[in-house]
Design a protein around this ligand. Structure first.
Ligand SMILES: [Zn+2]
Length: 271
C-alpha cells in the first residue's frame, strides 16, 4: 500500500477514535445515559454553569460540638454554640462536609436511594480531606450500619461506601463493629420520637476489638443526632471505645434542628 494512503488511514483512524470518545462522553455525561465521574461533578466540570463544591470550614460555618450551622462569632472554642452549650454528647466532635441543601442534598439522596456508590466514595474522600485539615487521626473508621433488610432493599450499604472513601484518604482500616436491628426508618418517625425509635437498635459485633480505641464514626446525614447518640453510647458502653469523632456528609436542619424541628421538615433523611 502506498505510504501516503497508509498515513491518511492512520489519521482517519485517529480522528474516528477521538470522535467516538467525544460521542461517548456526550452520551454519558450530557444525555444522562450514565452518571459522570463524581470528581468532575464536584469540581464543576460537568456543566456550563456548575460551580465547584466547597466544603464547610469548622468553627466558621458550623459548630463542631453539635454540627449545627453558625454565623460569625457564634461558635466559641471549647464551649460550642448557643444551641449546644449546656448539652453533653458522647462524642468529642462532629465534622461535616456541608449544609444539607442544593447539590449536596441531591447527591446524598442519590447515594442512598439510587445506589450511586461512586459518588458515595468521592464525597467520602472529600470528607476525609476535611478530617485531615482539622487534624483528626483515629485508629479506625466505623460506619453506622443499616439493617440487613434495608441494605438489601436499597442495593447499597451507603454509610460503608462513604466510610470507604474516608478510610482511603486517611489510610485507616474500616471496622464493621456494629449491627443494627430493623426499625421504622428515622425519616418516617416524628423528630421527637426518633431517639426512642433507635434506642437499643445497635449491637456490637466484636466486643473487645475497639477497647480504649479512638474511632471515627461515619454516617451520611444527621438531623436530630438521635442515631449518632445511640450509636456512640453503644460503642462506649458495649465496646469500651475511648474517643469518638463523628463524621457526616451533611446535617439536615431547619432553623436550628437541635432546638425545634417541625414535623416533616426533613423528608429525605432521618437520624
Ligand atoms: Zn453547637
Amino acid at each position: 500500500m502506498p505510504r501516503g494512503i497508509q498515513v491518511n488511514m492512520l489519521i482517519s483512524m485517529e480522528w474516528r477514535t477521538q470522535l467516538t470518545a467525544a460521542g461517548d462522553q456526550i452520551e454519558r455525561e450530557w444525555l444522562g445515559f450514565a452518571r459522570p465521574h463524581p470528581a468532575r461533578v464536584l469540581d464543576g466540570l460537568c456543566g456550563f454553569s456548575q460551580a465547584a463544591f466547597v466544603p464547610d470550614i469548622v468553627g466558621q460555618h458550623y459548630c463542631p460540638r453539635c454540627a449545627g450551622s453558625v454565623g460569625a462569632g457564634e461558635f466559641i472554642e471549647g464551649k460550642g454554640c448557643a444551641a449546644c452549650r449546656n448539652r453533653r454528647y458522647p462524642w468529642e466532635q462532629i465534622i461535616r462536609l456541608g449544609r444539607h441543601d442544593g447539590d449536596l442534598r441531591q447527591w446524598v439522596h442519590e447515594i442512598k436511594f439510587h445506589a450511586w456508590d461512586a459518588m458515595g466514595i468521592e464525597l467520602g474522600r472529600r470528607l476525609g480531606r476535611s478530617l485531615i485539615q482539622v487534624g483528626v487521626r483515629p485508629d479506625a473508621v466505623v460506619p453506622v450500619p443499616a439493617s440487613a433488610w434495608r441494605r438489601w432493599r436499597r442495593g447499597i450499604d451507603h454509610s460503608r461506601t462513604i466510610a470507604s472513601g474516608v478510610a482511603s484518604v486517611l489510610d485507616l482500616p474500616i471496622v464493621r463493629a456494629m449491627k443494627r436491628k430493623s426499625r421504622p426508618p428515622q425519616r418516617a418517625v416524628p423528630p421527637s420520637r426518633r431517639r426512642e425509635n433507635v434506642r437499643g437498635a445497635f449491637g456490637v459485633r466484636r466486643l473487645n476489638f475497639l477497647r480504649d480505641a479512638s474511632i471515627l464514626l461515619v454516617d451520611d446525614v444527621t438531623t436530630t443526632r438521635a442515631t449518632l447518640l445511640e450509636a456512640c453510647t453503644t460503642l462506649r458502653r458495649q465496646a469500651g471505645v475511648a474517643i469518638i469523632t463523628c463524621a457526616v456528609l451533611t446535617v439536615a436542619e431547619t432553623v436550628r434542628s437541635q432546638r425545634v424541628i417541625p414535623e416533616g421538615a426533613s423528608p429525605d433523611h432521618g437520624g
